[in-house]
Design a protein. Structure first.
Ligand code: 1CP
Length: 336
């Protein structure tokens, strides 16, 4: 598919992780029409509408396809449920069963709705806006597959690095293949930019990062390039602190999203000027607003002067964030 634009062709673009869903009243209203979260994710009109809502509200530069990183285990046949207020819950399975999971035609059909939604969003989105497709990085997705939920801090997953590393690596391989397919299909359907969320990078100790974090993500990126996917790829390894610099050296991507706990000044000093960064306002600051928001917005603008940069948060937009704060932040970034 021919794309007019991608995120790197927009001057200092602005968007927010988790901009769709969560804080918008129009999303909550729409969400009420469907029962389970997955029913919502696999309903064409709901996905199209919720992906476009933040663009209509804020006229920001990028839309992200409404979906979730846990559609991948679902696609592999693991039962996934979302309970309101408790987050996701995945069927408890042994490693052997996890490794035996296979894509089923029924599940693939469901995901076709996401790809159809991407085509529809692309036709409805102004041609100067970017459309982002995404998936979770293999380690982060495996954390949910192994532990079933995030309540115990992924103790089983951490334990598998120590005691079942070979099994874990086989699971990561499986997720690499499925993620390449899923991202390539999003690209072919009209996403001009792709993002890989590694929300739980910080759980992996230094000596295992090469095998558990870097290598699977590198394989996804090279697999996509082999399939002629030309979209810029944003990676978001959250929680590495200063380890982000080693990550940048090891994983060649187009953009690195920096989390809110990492000092942007320090990252900028530590990497070459042509490394493109995204982020990293603390979502709490956006939620609270006031003077602190103004100061932080001016600070990030100054920090990235003279660099190519993507304005965003250092993690997802929080559900209680007032809409007026989001408007204020965008206004400062664009006009002050
Ligand atoms: O009923 C609801 O509305 C459920 C809330 C919800 C929403 C709105 C979930 C459940 N997922 C989503 C959408 C979603 N998730 C998007 C698309 C919307 C957008 O970006 O605006 C994206 C990109 C995600 C990504 C995602 N899901 C991540 C990575 C980013 C991050 O926040 O670290 C992770 C870890 C998930 C898992 C997940 N899905 C849902 C929840 C509540 C969680 C977190 C669970 C936990 O760890 O406890």
């Amino acid at each position: 598919m021919y794309m007019d634009i991608n995120i790197l062709q927009i001057d200092k673009p602005i968007w927010f992780m988790r901009q769709a869903g969560r804080h918008l009243p129009e999303y909550r209203k729409l969400r009420l029409k469907k029962g389970s979260f997955l029913d919502f994710c696999f309903d064409l009109d709901s996905v199209v509408e919720s992906s476009l809502q933040p663009i209509r509200r804020y006229d920001i530069d990028c839309a992200i396809v409404f979906s979730d990183i846990l559609v991948v285990p679902f696609l592999l046949g693991q039962k996934v449920s979302f309970y309101k207020g408790h987050g996701p819950n995945l069927e408890s399975l042994s490693f052997k069963s996890l490794l035996n999971l296979k894509k089923t035609d029924i599940k693939i059909k469901k995901l076709e709705i996401s790809y159809e939604a991407i085509k529809r969003v692309r036709t409805l989105l102004n041609s100067n806006k970017s459309l982002i497709g995404f998936c979770g990085a293999p380690w982060t997705v495996s954390c949910y597959m192994i532990d079933g939920n995030s309540r115990s801090g992924f103790s089983l997953s951490k334990d598998s690095i120590k005691n079942k590393k070979l099994d874990l690596e086989l699971l990561l391989e499986k997720l690499v293949d499925t993620s390449i397919d899923h991202l390539a299909k999003q690209y072919e359907s009209g996403c001009d930019t792709l993002m890989i969320f590694e929300s739980w990078a910080g759980l992996v100790d230094q000596k295992n990062r090469k095998d558990i974090l870097y290598s699977p993500v590198k394989k996804i990126i090279s697999g996509l390039r082999e399939r002629n996917v030309k979209a810029p790829i944003i990676v978001f390894p959250k929680g590495l602190g200063r380890g982000i610099v080693e990550y940048i050296k090891n994983v060649v991507a187009d953009v690195y999203s920096i989390d809110y706990e990492t000092d942007m000044d320090w990252v900028i000093k530590s990497v070459k000027k042509d490394i493109i960064l995204q982020g990293n306002l603390n979502p709490e600051v956006l939620l609270r607003g006031g003077n602190k928001l103004v100061q932080e917005a001016l600070k990030i603008k100054k920090q990235v002067e003279g660099r190519q940069h993507i304005f965003n948060l250092g993690h997802g937009l929080l559900p209680q964030t007032p809409i007026s704060n989001v408007h204020k932040y965008i206004e400062i970034l664009r006009n002050y």
